[in-house]
Each structure stands twice: as C-alpha cells, then as structure tokens.
Design a binder for this molecule. Structure first.
Ligand code: OGA
Ligand code: NI
Length: 356
C-alpha cells in the first residue's frame, strides 16, 4: 500500500453508517456491495490449521534448529503462519486494541477529522476504489504511515481516544522488533547473510491498516476485503476483537483461519517472494464479514524504503540453476504497477515481475 500516490481511492459512502441505517430497513443490501456470485464460486473449507511458529523456541538454542525448519516450511509451503510467544507485552497489545475499538465507536464526524484527502492514501476511508462502477468492500479503514517517524502525517492520526497515538507508537516499536527477529531467522533459513535481507528493509518502514468490518445480515452476499496479496515484505495481522473472518487461498479453495489467542497472523508479502527468488510465496487472501458481529483487524505492514531496488537476493540467484526468477525494480515503480493492476486483476503486478 505504501508510498505510491497513484493508489488514492475515490470517495464512497461510509460503510459503518450505511450498515447501521440499512440493517433495520428490511431492504436488500445495496447493489454495489453484492458479490454473491464471487462468494459462491470457490469452495470454503472451515478451520484451516495454518502452521504455528513459536518465536521463543526460535530464540532458544535448544529448540532453534527444529523451529527454524518449521518456520522455513511455513514460509515456503503456506506463505502464512501464526506467531506465538512473540514477546510483545500483553499490555501493549491490550492498549492498542482498546484504542482502536474506541476510535471506531466515535461518531462519524469525529472520525472524519482524519479522513483521506483527494489524491492521498492515508487516513480514514476506503482503499482500492478506482472506478464509479466497481463492486465495493463491506468495510471502512484507517491507513497510517508509522515508520520512520518523519513519514508520519499527524493530520491522520486520531486524537481520540487521547492514548491512541502513544498506544500505536509503542505497538509499532514492538512489532518492528518482532519483524527484525523474524527476518533474521528467515535469512538463516534461506541461507543468506542476515544483513543482506535486512538491508532491503533499512530503517524498518512500517504502515498500518486498521479495518472495521460492520456486521451484515446478508454476510454471504458481501466481501469485507477483496482477494489480494500483500504488496509488502511482511505483514503482522492483529485480531483486534475476537471475531474471525480471514480466509486464505490454497489449492484453489478458500480456507478460514481461526486465530489463536494472543498470536499474530503473519503473511509473507510479494516483496519477500521476490527477494527469496520464489522460495517463499505470497498467498492470496480475503476477509468475509459476520452477520451480527462487527470485526476489527489491524495489519502492520513492513515494507522496503521508497528508493530501494527490489529483486532476488544475488546469493540466491547465484545458487539457483535457473538464475533470477523475478525482475528487479524500484520499489516505487513496483507499487505503481501494483495499484495499476488492481484495475484489471489480482496478481498481474507479480506476473509482470516474473521471468519465464
Ligand atoms: C490486509 C488484510 C485481513 C483481515 O489488511 O491486508 O489482509 O483479516 N487483512 O482483515
Ligand atoms: Ni492482506
């Protein structure tokens, strides 16, 4: 999501307000949200056991080797895993969850103080709306640049509840530590110098999308978040309230993910797929909504810095008989392609990167 101004969305109605007024109306869900065909198209398999990685076992010399194999297998074969014992203090997580929940409870006018502005990506609103006719997701979101600190635009940072900014700040520092640690273990699994992998994420840029999915009594006819891969390095997804809705695509089917209490759901993004020369895979995922419960999730994205060239790590290219499987490109250009491809299909921005 980050950086490329090209991705700015057109303004659309606020879904939280729409849901509130529509719910008691007896009317069918407005046409722009109807995705019945898409929702009915693929088989949905319940209770997907995505791999569980234990960071404390990675850090413990007695279990590190075994857990590293587990991490490597998760990144190569799943592109998604749950991370437990990640070491982020419970207080930091509880505070950020509470403040996100409080923010979405505010009246619309108070949230709109931080609304997206024309041409921009950050703030409260919706993402990926590029045409007046496209189908819409059943959700509102607030997107913020978090790190480095100079990238923060405080116009978009909520001041209510008053602790919001501080909670996000502490959460950001903790998730950055977890991510740096994971990247080091991923480098070990890939057999590359940790600094070579970390170099792509110099200064550890972060951005965060917190999404509010209102309940929908026609939940089977709408989509909370359209299928996508994360155009980032690594995303740490926090289930802010205890309502699940995430589905990942595997073997052509959609699998629902049941988040473990206290764990992060980690997604391998497109950039890690490219850096790893295809050893790791970024996986398509989407979010569905609940008929009578609201759902809130927060994705902390860890991406390269704006003027980094992203391409397969030379150490891996030299080792792979087929050479580079992806082109190298400036990260900003990659993001421009990503947004352009949203207009015509889901993974075409990655197809443009692949070398056959
Ligand atoms: C995302 C995302 C999933 C969810 O924000 O990129 O995939 O469950 N979110 O909200
Ligand atoms: Ni995602």
């Amino acid at each position: 999501m980050a950086h490329a101004k090209a991705g700015a969305s057109l303004p659309v109605p606020n879904v939280q307000v729409l849901a509130q007024t529509w719910h008691g109306s007896g009317e069918p869900v407005p046409g722009r949200y109807v995705r019945t065909e898409e929702m009915g198209a693929g088989e949905v398999v319940a209770g997907c056991a995505i791999p569980v990685v234990d960071l404390s076992r990675l850090l413990d010399p007695r279990s590190s080797e075994e857990e590293l194999a587990n991490l490597g297998s998760a990144c190569q074969h799943w592109g998604f895993f749950q991370l437990m014992n990640h070491g982020v203090p419970d207080e930091v997580i509880q505070d950020v969850k509470r403040d996100m929940i409080e923010f979405f409870k505010l009246p619309l006018e108070a949230k709109k103080v931080h609304a997206q502005v024309p041409g921009g990506l950050e703030g409260y609103g919706q993402s990926f709306v590029f045409s007046e006719t496209q189908k819409l997701d059943w959700a509102d979101m607030i997107y913020l640049m978090i790190s480095p600190k100079e990238s923060r635009d405080l116009r978009f940072w909520p001041t209510r509840p008053p602790s919001f900014r501080d909670s996000v700040d502490r959460y950001s520092a903790e998730t950055a530590k977890v991510t740096a640690s994971l990247l080091r273990f991923m480098a070990a699994d890939l057999g590359v110098e940790p600094e070579h992998l970390l170099e792509a994420f110099r200064g550890q840029p972060q951005s965060m999308r917190t999404t509010y999915y209102p309940p929908c009594r026609q939940a089977a006819d709408v989509l909370g978040l359209s299928p996508h891969t994360d155009a980032t390095g690594l995303a740490l997804l926090l289930h802010v309230n205890d309502v699940q809705g995430l589905q990942i695509r595997r073997d052509g089917k959609w699998h629902t993910v049941d988040p473990l209490d206290g764990a992060f759901v980690v997604s391998i993004g497109d950039i890690l797929e490219i850096l790893s020369n295809g050893r790791y895979r970024s996986i398509e995922h989407r979010a569905v909504v609940h008929p009578d419960k609201e759902r809130i999730s927060a994705a902390m994205f860890h991406q390269p810095c704006p003027n980094t060239t992203v391409g397969p790590l030379p150490e891996l290219v030299n080792r792979d008989s087929g050479g580079a499987r992806y082109r190298s490109m400036d990260y900003m250009d990659f993001m421009k392609n990503f947004f352009a491809s949203k207009l015509d299909g889901r993974r075409s921005h990655m197809d443009a990167m692949r070398i056959y």
